[in-house]
Write a protein that binds this ligand. Sequence first.
Ligand SMILES: Cc1ncc(C[n+]2csc(CCOP(=O)(O)OP(=O)(O)O)c2C)c(N)n1
Ligand SMILES: [Mg+2]
Length: 627
Amino acid sequence: MTSTTRLTVAQALVRFLAAQYSERDGVRQRLIGATWGIFGHGNVAGIGQALLEHTEEMPYHQGRNEQAMVHAAVGYARQSGRLSTHAVTTSIGPGATNLVTGAALATINHLPVLLLPGDVFASRPADPVLQQLEVPYAGDVSVNDCLRPVSRYFYRITRPEALIPSALQAMRVLTDPVETGAVTLALPQDVQAEAYDWPEEFFAERVWTVRRPGADPTELAEAVGIIRSAARPLVVAGGGVHHSRAEEALAEFAETTGIPVASTQAGKGSLRHDHPQDVGGVGHTGTATAAELARTADLVIGVGTRYTDFTTASGTLFADDDVRFLNLNIAAFDGHKLAGQPLVADARSGLTELTDALRLHAYRVADSYATEYTEDKERWEQRVDACYEVDEPDTRPTQPQVLGALDALVDESDILINAAGSLPGDLHKLWRTRSPDQYHLEYGYSCMGYEIPAAIGVKMAAPDRPVWALVGDGTYLMMPTELVTAVQEGVAIKVLIIQNHGYASIGGLSESVGGERFGTAYRFPAQDGTFTGPPLPVDLAANAASLGMRVLRAKTVRELGEALAQARAADTPTCVYVETQTADTVSGAPPAQAWWDVPVAETATRPSAVKARELYERHVSTRRRHL
Ligand SMILES: Cc1ncc(C[n+]2csc(CCOP(=O)(O)OP(=O)(O)O)c2C)c(N)n1
Ligand SMILES: [Mg+2]
């Protein structure tokens, strides 16, 4: 007879989660390393009580905002190579729906996170309960259903025993390199507290192997043939290179073939910045070197990339008449993009197989091609130097000079986190990435507010490394809440706050599309009612200090260098606050080297918009459909 243990659903779930492990390349670790939670009705009694009873097996972290807890879990998961993540428990209603943005971010970036929102009573003894949505035509809908489209697996556990198959499915999806993303087990609050006789095997240690599938022989042969016939191939390295830990395999592929490597936001750092074949970021926010190579490439080898519009310059970047695509991707969905030849495999396995095959054929690009990109890279390096250069150290820095100050200070161990604003563009163009996981840019969802909580998660996964959250003033105001969490738990993150009085990035974009920076500055209203008056008397440094952070204010480039050095050495959570020059005009970085499609009104009448529309139509006319 199977022995059983009588526990509530919540107790059983916590015990089950504490016994799950992932394994890849012989390394085994806890799959769910901890659980974040904000308690309210819907989780305070069930999961809350179960976590209290299991604090040793399942560490608990207290968040301030549910969305931010997901960001922290995602940061942790990305830093853990997707082999370990956190769970997030919430109350019903607003606590649960606050998860949606974080879930979308996780799913879009293919990063695992387990969401455990409370849900309305399954037994419906007193409809509606506090915070319950009533849908007159559908009795089984709750607000949690809005988590379905942003989850890779969703199940509402309306009976205790249904936890068994759904918990196993949840672990399968979390550890599947193709499917992984947000996984939601919605937990009606009455069911959480219900008891059941669980088979003991349910709580046995279970290991989930994260697979590394190799290439199909036919696809591999096709791929090798395509590469051998290419004269101007270019690798576009995406986030899949990092997820697969394929950086060394990529370097070997590049060195064997002489093919240059450009990278997306998620893929930057795939090669070290000073690797002779690293040509930097590609696409709208990329380098001129990568843009020129992309425009003239006869073969684009996408490795672990989703080819977003930023990468393809909205379908205008890969301009050679005969350009072809070869897509090494673990997801067939992405492998087939741009009508490319798919090579469906794990990035590391696939690259290794390609390198071995091409070595046999002694394939290598022409020396003239290598000379061309080497010289071009050198020219771009000089532009970066010029951006970082400081003539007057006692004035306010430009944003590139802020990056230059950081560049002068960091080594391989530092990790930089950013997601939105003008920083992603500047970083993609300028940052000299020294280690594979140094450049942590969340640009799948580009979600303002990701940086600070994600830094906490990253620091939890890499406690000995300096972890920097780089935030604009807009991003800071959207989600400073988790500074309190960092203070509470002594998570020694470093937060660099860049004050430029509003949305410099969107202001610039607005201007370029004839929108005249409408609604993008943080300023008092002027006489015409637009917010173009004096800047607001908002003191973000004082705000951060009020949340318990140590704050270093820097007024000049010189002070910034000193403050950053102090922050880097600090073993408590520390903010550096700096106001940049050219507040809401230009950031000082090189302009975009490729287009990005933001449609301009066809009926434009204001002169700025008429001009923008003309330019827009010219760009649209260069768009390619790759078939
Ligand atoms: C949650 C969210 N809302 C809106 C946006 C659109 N958006 C992108 S950047 C940006 C402004 C960011 O301002 P700030 O953090 O000050 O950076 P700056 O542009 O000034 O560098 C906005 C509103 C977004 N990416 N995320
Ligand atoms: Mg700003």
